[in-house]
Design a protein around this ligand. Structure first.
Ligand SMILES: [Zn+2]
Length: 498
């Protein structure tokens, strides 16, 4: 037992050190010369090989096995960690090695082809690759089925432990029943506000000044965080004392940098507020994809797109862009940042229509895995559902089935967590209101009180508990989709004066 613990820890130290390479490479690649890609790619592939060797070494696996057998004598954090590691090792063993290796090799070379096909809107060239991925995933699910996880459940549970079709069907069922007709009503209305706000140019210098302001509002400590720039914004961390986010500045879109930086800071705060007691464990970071997304979307939508936040922090924006915003009022800005629109692109969707984009992907993924849908049929279904739910007709696959990178990377079961994150956020908000006056806290100018609540009830646990446990501890109940639906309907009924 003692020896097993030693091997376990020593290997983790090695894996963590290699993890630092990934972290630094990810950050560095945002400003490295483009010509360096090839050589770096090779070096990173070697690091990945090392990572794979350490994490699948017989000594490491047998240490985990030993610790798993005696898990009752481990402390709570380590027991959770070992159980999870044991499960993922056992899982990998159920997949024939050649098949796994072949599939990984396929995925590894697909990215450049995907980007090319997406840019050209060329579905035909990518179609056979999609079909290969779909076929592999159907076999993968068969290999990993258990008494409780059937078909698509295998993939859903991978990204959000504890969530299966049963729970997601209730979740998306409610979205379909209540939100789809509500959104159709909203989309028939037109908000009246000064649209000049979306037609002007906002110099990057001013945008950066506002990010510096928001950083103080959010409590994103300068001595523990860095804010950089990249094409697609992201958050990355190396422990809770080195948290980095990126922003993309578009001169002609005022809302983009504001809400994407707040979104990433929401992710970052989660990483920063994990309990120091978990420093030397493998249980830092967030509890799951949806839990992480709940924290970014909570800050981005429920806090920063609220009336209270807008009224409190729009004046500072107006001070920076005094010329550009001179005829734009708080109400204009509030309408501009919350306006709902039927659109094709998920990542650009507003808060209200966003879950429909995810609903569509959930329904199609399920058909692909469980009913043998081909890539061509999936594309047809995609276009049909966009028309049925959002009333838009997809003309170019770039705006349709090729828009997201996920499927081209074999990532299935991941999309549902995006919508689930927003729903968790609404449930947390409701629980938070029992303890503090959230609106007053927002109007105080800094989000410290709100952030403290998140730390105490969610962040401090890191990944040492399952999302469902954290949800129960923080809110006193199991997952309940109604908070999310009620929140959206209330907010948009008011905004659209329905
Ligand atoms: Zn996010």
């Amino acid at each position: 037992m003692e020896q097993a613990l030693k091997t376990y820890q020593k290997t983790n130290e090695r894996l963590n050190a290699l993890g630092l390479c990934y972290f630094l490479e990810g950050w560095d690649s945002t400003f490295a010369p483009t010509a360096s890609i090839l050589a770096r790619g090779k070096q990173m592939a070697t690091i990945s090989e090392l990572y794979y060797e350490f994490s699948t070494s017989p000594e490491y696996e047998s240490a985990i096995q030993t610790l798993y057998e005696r898990r009752d004598s481990l402390d709570e954090v380590l027991r959770h960690e070992i159980t999870e590691k044991y499960k993922s090792i056992a899982k990998l063993k159920k997949i024939p090695k050649e098949e796994y290796v072949e599939y990984q090799a396929l995925l590894a070379q697909l990215y450049p082809l995907y980007v090319e096909c997406k840019n050209k809107g060329d579905f035909d060239t990518f179609e056979p690759k999609f079909d290969q991925i779909f076929e592999y995933l159907r076999r993968y699910c068969k290999y990993l089925e258990t008494d409780t996880l059937k078909g698509y459940d295998v993939l859903l549970d991978e990204f959000e432990p504890g969530m299966t079709k049963k729970q997601y069907d209730v979740f998306f069922g409610q979205i379909k029943e209540k939100l789809v007709p509500f959104i159709a009503r909203v989309l028939k209305q037109k908000l009246s506000y000064n649209r000049a706000v979306s037609k002007r140019t906002y110099p990057v210098e001013g945008q950066k000044a506002y990010v510096a302001y928001l950083r103080k509002v959010m409590g994103f400590d300068e001595d523990r965080t860095t804010i950089g720039e990249s094409e697609h914004p992201f958050t990355n961390s190396n422990g809770r004392n080195d948290v980095r986010i990126t922003v993309h500045y578009y001169e002609n879109v005022l809302s983009s940098f504001i809400f994407s930086s707040i979104h990433e800071m929401g992710h970052g705060l989660y990483e920063m507020q994990v309990s120091p007691e978990l420093d030397d464990t493998q249980s830092g970071g967030g509890a799951s994809c949806a839990m992480h997304e709940s924290q970014s979307r909570f800050m981005e939508n429920m806090i920063a797109r609220s009336k209270a936040f807008t009224e409190t922090h729009f004046p500072a924006l107006k001070e920076i862009f005094s010329e550009e915003l001179k005829d734009v009022t708080v109400d204009d800005f509030y309408a501009y940042i919350n306006e709902a629109q039927a659109s094709f692109i998920r990542t650009e969707a507003d808060e209200l229509t966003y879950p429909l984009h995810v609903l569509i992907r959930y329904e199609i993924e399920r058909e692909i895995i469980e009913n043998g849908l081909t890539a061509r049929q999936a594309r047809e279904l995609w276009n049909q559902k966009y028309f049925d739910y959002l009333g838009v007709r997809v003309e170019n696959d770039r705006d349709g089935i090729l828009q997201d990178v996920h499927w081209s990377q074999g990532s299935f079961g991941y999309f549902p967590t995006y919508a689930l994150g927003s729903a968790y956020a609404a449930q947390f908000y409701h629980a938070m209101e029992r303890d503090i006056d959230v609106e007053r806290a927002i109007r105080s100018g800094c989000l410290k009180e709100i952030s403290e609540w998140n730390k105490e009830h969610i962040h401090k646990y890191g990944s040492s508990k399952y999302p469902e446990e954290i949800l129960r501890l923080a809110t006193g109940e199991d997952f309940n989709v109604n908070y999310y639906i009620d929140y959206l309907i209330e907010k948009f009924t008011k905004l659209y004066r329905l």
